[in-house]
Design a protein around this ligand. Structure first.
Ligand code: NAD
Ligand code: USQ
Length: 403
């Protein structure tokens, strides 16, 4: 199939583009390179030495004989350019990773909040509008987040996108009819940052375009990715994926593994009682391929899959890494506004039923990622490790507790 990967220079988009190309699809990458510019703004860099898009793509051709085209387009700002690209490339599938994805970055200042809303909501709406305008029969696969649900269980497993409810029937005068009526609604949202809020807004845009224009849309509610390499990124060092460890873009498990590798006490926020959903990067690329192969029919509601394989409490992850590596951990004041402790149970039936065999967290795999971090430890700037973006001025008071 002809597939455009929007955001294909990023942490998820790059390995996903390679995997789809390796499977024989005709892949093009669209990216405005904003993530590389944000590194410059923050004075940060990937721990791993990522190459320019041109070097990466030449290395892919050297390693496999396959080609991937690169298109530098800002899909939030250059609507006409994106419509022209769709008409020229005529993709059958568009995989949309192209959003500002860090919760701390989205909460840094009014400017960062406004940028995240403008970029993400415009990007998603432009993609939808451009698909309609180009009159192509495209299956849109979007990367959403488990964070749209909030992080609580309400006494049930979080379903995949929709909640079936029974509503007491009433006649036009408001009198109970005694009937219980079945309704299906999007699971009530409870985003924890401006970034997560953009994914909530995306969901409603998708529901509208699926209903109004019969677009075929799959929204993948993805958990926190961990790991760095996939089978394809390991074919040549020039294909290496990015590894974020700084206080804005580093996600919790990769941060802890990097911190263990450089001898920095693991930065557990608050009591570390937050439970989150996780998925290894190799499984992420497999899920994208499965989603591409299983489109919804036109006129169907948006297909929503929970793209996660396991849940873990942050404190338990930190303790596990300390056991494996001999690192210590610190309970640092939480810069975020979030529940100090939460449980999380979520269904991931759809991917399991479609054949995903999850790569679960094991000490061997954790060591492999820590070794990657140790290999590039001389590139680490430890001054960039602390998380300094505060959700409110009242966050993050007090001194750390070393354990
Ligand atoms: P990333 O920042 O590494 O990659 C995003 C890419 O999109 C970057 O290369 C960036 O330059 C590009 N981009 C952003 N705005 C653009 C625009 N307007 N036009 C063109 N290109 C643009 O992020 P990632 O970790 O690869 O995440 C990709 C997607 O997956 C995001 O939508 C994110 O919300 C979602 N996701 C990520 C994780 C995770 O743990 N990394 C977990 C759940 C969901
Ligand atoms: N945390 C720590 N110490 C750290 C970093 C984080 O204790 O050094 C805690 C945070 O307070 C939070 C949890 O770990 O409770 C997860 O934080 P994170 O930065 O790993 O994840 P999050 O901000 O939720 O965002 C990441 C991705 C985002 C994606 C989301 C999936 O950046 O793109 O949507 O994971 S999910 O969490 O399921 O919403």
């Amino acid at each position: 199939m002809r597939i455009l990967v929007l955001g294909g220079d990023g942490f998820c988009g790059w390995p996903a583009a390679l995997h789809l190309s390796q499977l024989g699809h005709d892949v093009g990458i669209v990216d405005n390179l904003s993530r590389r510019r944000i590194d410059e703004e923050l004075g940060t860099d990937s721990l791993t030495p990522i190459r320019t898009p041109q070097e990466r793509l030449a290395a892919w051709t050297d390693a496999t004989g396959r080609t991937i085209d690169f298109h530098e387009v800002d899909i939030a700002q250059d609507y006409e350019g994106f419509v022209a690209l769709l008409s020229q490339t005529r993709p059958e599938v568009v995989v949309h990773f192209a959003e500002q994805r860090a919760a701390p970055y989205s909460m840094k200042s009014p400017t960062h909040k406004r940028y995240t809303i403008d970029n993400n909501v415009n990007a998603t709406h432009n993609v939808l509008s451009a698909i309609v305008e180009s009159d192509l029969d495209v299956h849109l696969v979007h990367l959403g987040t488990m964070g749209v649900y909030g992080y609580g269980t309400a006494g049930m497993r979080i379903p995949e996108g929709y909640l079936d409810v029974k509503v007491p029937g009433e006649d036009p005068d408001g009198n109970a009819t005694g009937e219980l009526l079945d309704q299906t609604m999007l699971y009530p949202t409870n985003p924890g940052s401006i970034y997560h809020m953009t994914k909530v807004l995306d969901q409603h845009l998708f529901a509208f375009y699926a209903k109004n224009d019969k677009l075929r849309i799959t929204d993948l509610h993805q958990g926190i990715i961990w790991g760095t390499h996939t089978e394809e990124t390991q074919l040549d060092e020039r294909l290496i994926n990015r590894f974020d460890y700084d206080g804005d873009y580093g996600t919790v498990l990769n941060r802890f593994l990097m911190q263990a590798a450089v001898g920095y006490p693991l930065t557990v926020h608050g009591t570390g009682g937050q439970t989150r959903a996780f998925i290894h990067i190799q499984d992420m690329v497999r899920c994208i391929a499965i989603a591409v192969d299983n489109p919804p029919a036109g006129g169907e509601k948006v297909k929503i899959f929970n793209q996660m394989t396991e849940t873990h409490r942050v404190r338990d992850l930190a303790e596990l890494i300390c056991e494996i590596s001999g690192a210590s951990l610190e309970l640092v004041p939480n810069p975020r506004q979030e529940s100090a402790e939460n449980d999380l149970y979520a269904s991931n039936r759809t991917f399991l039923d479609l054949g995903l065999e999850p790569t679960t967290l094991s000490s061997g795999l954790l060591q492999e990622v820590e070794e990657t971090a140790r290999r590039y430890a001389d590139r680490a700037d430890q001054s960039k490790i602390p998380a300094t973006s505060l959700w409110t001025e009242a966050q993050a008071v007090g001194a750390p507790t070393r354990i």
